[in-house]
Design a binder for this molecule. Structure first.
Ligand SMILES: [Zn+2]
Length: 54
């Protein structure tokens, strides 16, 4: 699978709107797209970084 380290890193500081799935900056209290007040942190799956993972 193609993986983009930069984008992957950006996901760590993103929260997802439960309604429209829009990405919002971490710390946002409501979706900036639909203003839905319920947001969830982006799931981060930890994988074994076999070198090269910066
Ligand atoms: Zn939304």
């Amino acid at each position: 699978m193609g993986k983009f380290p930069v984008a992957d890193k950006a996901f760590l500081s993103v929260i997802i709107c439960k309604k429209c799935k829009a990405r919002n900056p971490k710390g946002a209290v409501s979706c900036r797209k639909c203003h839905y007040p319920s947001l969830r942190p982006k799931k981060v799956k930890r994988k074994d970084a076999k070198g090269g993972a910066k």
